[in-house]
Design a protein around this ligand. Structure first.
Ligand SMILES: [Zn+2]
Length: 282
């Protein structure tokens, strides 16, 4: 009996010490830049499916991201409307909501020697106003968008609340690639749009396989707060709640399978820890 137990312990311990084969990492030739594209502040966050007594957080970070791949540049999400930068302080669009943008995306890109109309590809997690704020400035970008999101956003009037065509209507005259599901942007598995509908009809997230940082997923609005993920809650204003939960299941499984880290785009505390452009992740 003792012999068996000892043997079992030996096998167990030995099993633990077997070194994992080093995971094969891609080269660090894809760069991810994070931009501060504003803040949102709410008196109450109950509409996000979180009780005001479940967290003290009321402020959301609003990001923009630039992905530099050897084959091209992709902008992912374009933040709050650029015109907000003209105000020095919080702006109140509706009672209980405030928003602020300190510097436009174009100005921040300019610091890096990049003109916003040099960007060749753009995708938004979805077309809500806090994700497309600089969209009309992308004069030479091809839009990658789920067909159902396109149909909702470019209908006259749009069929989904919080879509503001005055922020993105000029994209209609530019080349558009209508997607139906997941799409590998540079056809090498490094930057992949993953369909995750529910928040809006064609909501999507972005998988980026970074050589040094490792694989990450930019969440879009799959979640807004750390509590949204921990408590499995979705906003009451989502386009389709059942679809939202199905997308949560899909993305959580993908994170597990690819051993990827989820970056919750709106989570202020997490985003305060990130290096902002011109620093980058590779
Ligand atoms: Zn948002």
């Amino acid at each position: 009996m003792l012999k068996h137990l000892t043997l079992a312990l030996f096998v167990f311990a030995w099993g633990c010490e077997v070194p994992e084969p080093p995971a094969e990492r891609p080269p660090p030739d894809v760069k991810l830049f994070v931009f501060d594209c504003g803040r949102l502040l709410f008196d109450s966050i109950e509409s996000f499916g979180i009780g005001d007594d479940e967290t003290a957080v009321r402020e959301l970070f609003v990001p923009c991201y630039l992905i530099e791949h050897p084959k091209g540049r992709l902008l992912w999400d374009a933040g709050l409307p650029s015109s907000l930068a003209e105000a020095d302080d919080w702006v109140t669009p509706t009672e209980g909501t405030r928003m602020k943008l300190t510097r436009t995306l174009a100005a921040q890109l300019g610091d890096m020697g990049i003109a916003i109309d040099d960007i060749g590809l753009v995708a938004f997690s979805h077309m809500h106003f806090d994700h497309v704020g600089a969209a009309n400035e992308l004069a030479n970008a091809q839009l990658l968008i789920q067909r159902v999101e396109y149909e909702a956003a470019f209908a006259d009037p749009p069929t989904v609340p919080y879509f503001d065509p005055s922020l993105y209507n000029q994209l209609a005259d530019r080349p558009i690639m209508a997607l139906k599901g997941d799409y590998d942007v540079f056809a090498d598995g490094r930057v992949e749009i993953i369909s995750a509908p529910g928040h809006t009809p064609g909501h999507q997230v972005l998988f980026v396989d970074l050589g040094n940082t490792g694989p990450i997923v930019l969440s879009g609005d799959l979640y807004h707060f750390a509590e949204s993920r921990a408590l499995r809650r979705v906003p009451t204003f989502n386009f389709d709640a059942a679809q939202s939960f199905a997308s949560i299941d899909k993305i959580e499984a993908l994170l597990e399978e690819r051993q990827a880290v989820l970056w919750i785009e709106h989570e202020l505390a997490f985003n305060e820890t990130l290096n902002k452009a011109p620093e980058y992740y590779d």
